[in-house]
Design a binder for this molecule. Structure first.
Ligand SMILES: CC(C)(COP(=O)(O)OP(=O)(O)OC[C@H]1O[C@@H](n2cnc3c(N)ncnc32)[C@H](O)[C@@H]1OP(=O)(O)O)[C@@H](O)C(=O)NCCC(=O)NCCS
Length: 248
């Protein structure tokens, strides 16, 4: 049975070696692990460190807000395995380099109709900056480093005679496989639900795009079936039509 100290040691190694965090950041994390996490939750088996248990513990803490926030980040990492905690920020005028790392990378565009030229990327950047009518595009930001690691967005689309949201996501290869896309899409769904503009949100991953189909399944989308989908213009591929009811 694994306990929090093992997971924390594994995570600290990841922060130090893989993420190359500054010694001062690492020291502050080590201090939180030693002085707060382990005394409070160290004896519990990992499965028992539930959201409720964490919230009870956090509300009893009296330390500085920043150390509470760091402790929370750390717990999120533990609860997702060695994974990232992310937040969404509106896509900004300085985000073309991130777009180039996404749509300019063949590993990302494999199921998206292929690489985009520098001109197309600039055009897309311009569109993202000028979205209106409730269409939204976000930069996915890794909280620990403040770095942009992907995109997620939703926009209105006419589909089968109805106005719906379409949602799409991308994560840079170095950050894949840590739950970033699931966490970011869950936040985007929350924002679309609050906007209350359309009843349904659809996602159209290529039938061969295993991670994206897994994301839909995991977030409660219903699989309506496969369809021929045009993306980008003039390029057809077989995609799954996944639908989520936002006004449940
Ligand atoms: C799709 C993409 C965003 C996933 O990003 P990610 O941050 O690695 O995704 P997550 O870590 O949140 O994991 C998604 C799920 O897919 C699963 N998954 C990953 N690779 C898989 C594979 N080859 N087969 C089956 N499932 C897979 C993961 O296990 C995870 O499910 P789990 O949490 O139940 O374990 C990323 O691969 C990407 O940018 N792809 C290119 C762009 C793209 O295709 N966008 C989709 C357009 S609709």
């Amino acid at each position: 049975m694994r306990h929090l100290p093992d997971a924390a040691a594994e995570w600290l190694r990841y922060v130090e070696v893989d993420r190359q965090r500054k010694p001062s950041t690492l020291d502050s994390y080590k201090a939180i692990v030693r002085s707060q996490l382990i005394p409070a939750l160290g004896e519990m088996p990992l499965e028992a460190v539930t959201t409720d248990a964490i919230e009870r513990w956090l509300s009893s803490l009296s330390g500085a807000a920043s150390s509470r926030a760091k402790a929370l980040v750390l717990l999120h990492h533990r609860l997702r395995g060695v994974s990232a905690t992310i937040t969404l920020e509106p896509w900004g005028s300085g985000d073309l380099p991130l777009l180039e790392r996404l749509m300019g990378d063949p590993r990302i565009t494999e199921h998206l109709g292929g690489l985009e030229s520098p001109d197309k990327l600039r055009e897309r950047q311009g569109r993202y900056e000028r979205l209106e009518g409730g269409d939204r595009m976000f930069k996915i930001v890794d909280v620990a480093s403040g770095v942009g690691v992907g995109s997620v967005g939703f926009w209105t689309k006419a589909w089968c005679g109805e106005q719906v949201y379409e949602v799409g996501w991308m994560v840079v290869p170095e950050f894949q496989g840590r739950g970033v896309a699931v966490a970011a899409t869950a936040q985007a769904i929350e924002l679309a639900t609050r906007a209350d503009k359309h009843r349904f949100m659809h996602a159209f991953p290529n039938v061969d795009n295993a991670p994206s189909n897994a994301i839909c399944r995991k977030l409660g989308f219903e699989l309506l079936g496969a369809c021929e989908f045009e993306f980008p213009k003039g390029h057809f591929m077989t995609c799954n039509d996944w639908r989520l009811e936002l006004r449940a």
